[in-house]
Design a protein around this ligand. Structure first.
Ligand SMILES: *Cc1c(COP(=O)(O)O)cnc(C)c1O
Length: 404
């Protein structure tokens, strides 16, 4: 029997590819500092658990397919008060995380052999969502020398063909942390409008922007100009440290698209009722919650950035958002280096993991000497992890590459 062509075109997660070696290293008694998994460690607001504990129906019902009205209205209120975006109830469809939002969007707008322009490096699950829908990713190249900036009109327009359906990006970026300015977002809106393309803005890191007092970037700002083009995907996972809640949404004012998305929503009946009840309570956190989280991530970003910057041969730009830093290391191949760190290296019994850069690229051979570092550890552990990375690079260069 066969598995499908579409299944074969999807990749396994690069964040987990060293899992077996990590298990073996732990069994051998090593302590591993994980910079490889992008899951927030800061506490989930208690409101989430309280709301679920207080929800005691006689029988637990299916939620409506587009989502429970309370959650939809709560999200509309957040968009209005925090982002200045007015939404009707139909403009918000609740999904099982941002992941299902992206999958349903791809299923709704792509046909076999159509294309979607995505700046690379990008979140690797995009490959799966696009390929399941039969489409292809056209990579918009960036480079570490330019700090992975991608908002260049000429470079984007050069990739547009009659098969192009959309431009998709994460803002702030995973894995790069690149955060768009309002001018850059406006340019992207203009390109989408002029070329009749969808613009998919994955905004799951919207609340994590540093050094710009409370700036919360959103393409929603340009909703009126590009109401038919714009699709925002969103999630509570990163925003509220609730990855296990599995609640996200698609926001769009495009009526035809809403109807298409609704069919997919109906086919899977509903998102978990309890998770939606908890999620609705999350939005009641006050501004101090976001401020405290941002302050902690800024300290972490600065530590990782300063430490990377001090290692000879490392190429890194200070990112303005999300909780990732992408950097080029002075090693031949970061997959080989990661393998070596797990099998042949330790410092007092400790070693470190990161996500190798290659799988974040569509173009073969790119990102070979790059890594993505997720700074979701406390400062003390991050500092130790950076010691290990620095020592590891020095020893690997000497012992494996034969250079100093
Ligand atoms: C984490 C993440 C998501 C979605 O995660 P969910 O838990 O499914 O909401 C979407 N896009 C990017 C870029 C992410 O990093």
């Amino acid at each position: 029997m066969k598995v499908s062509i579409n299944a074969n075109r999807c990749e396994s997660s690069p964040m987990r590819m060293f899992h077996p070696l990590a298990v073996a290293a732990k069994e051998a008694g090593k302590t591993i500092y994980h910079l490889n998994i992008g899951q927030p460690d800061l506490p989930t607001p208690r409101q989430f658990f309280d709301a679920i504990a207080n929800f005691r129906p006689d029988a637990l019902p299916y939620a409506p397919s587009p989502g429970i009205p309370l959650l939809i209205d709560t999200i509309r209120d957040y968009y209005k008060t925090k982002l200045g975006v007015e939404l009707d109830s139909n403009d918000v469809l609740i999904t099982t995380g941002g992941s299902e939002a992206l999958l349903m969007v791809c299923l709704s707008i792509l046909d076999p052999y159509t294309e979607i322009i995505v700046p690379e490096p990008y979140y690797p699950n995009y490959t799966t969502f696009v390929h399941i829908a039969g489409g292809n990713i056209r990579a918009l190249p960036t480079c570490p020398e330019e700090g992975y900036q991608f908002a260049f009109r000429d470079r984007i327009e050069a990739l547009i063909t009659p098969n192009t359906r959309a431009i998709m990006f994460t803002n702030p970026g995973n894995p790069t942390g690149v955060t768009l300015t309002d001018e850059q977002m406006h340019m992207l809106a203009q390109v989408a409008k002029e070329h009749d393309l969808y613009l998919i803005s994955d905004e799951v890191y919207r609340e994590f922007v540093y050094g710009e007092e409370g700036r919360v970037p959103t393409m929603g700002k340009f909703m009126d100009e590009i109401a038919d083009n714009l699709i925002i995907t969103d999630s509570v996972s990163k925003q509220f440290s609730t990855c296990g809640a599995r609640v996200g949404c698609v926001v769009t004012k495009n009526k035809k698209l809403q109807q298409a998305l609704l069919k997919f929503c109906q086919s899977r009946l509903a998102v978990a009722t309890m998770d939606q009840v908890g999620a609705a309570a999350l939005y009641s956190v006050d501004e101090s919650f976001y401020e405290a989280n941002r302050a902690e991530y800024v300290r972490r970003r600065d530590l990782v950035y300063d430490r990377l910057k001090a290692i000879p041969g490392v190429l890194v730009t200070k990112p303005q958002g999300a909780f990732y830093i992408m950097a080029a290391l002075p090693v031949d191949d970061t997959r080989k280096f990661q393998n070596w760190l797990l099998t042949s290296f330790d410092d007092n019994g400790d070693t470190v993991m990161f996500a190798p850069g290659g799988p974040f690229y569509e173009t073969p051979g790119k990102g070979i000497n790059e890594v993505r570092i997720a700074y979701v550890l406390c400062l003390e552990d991050l500092s130790r992890a950076m010691d290990l990375l620095e020592k590891g690079i020095a020893r690997y260069r000497k012992e494996v590459m034969g250079v100093d």
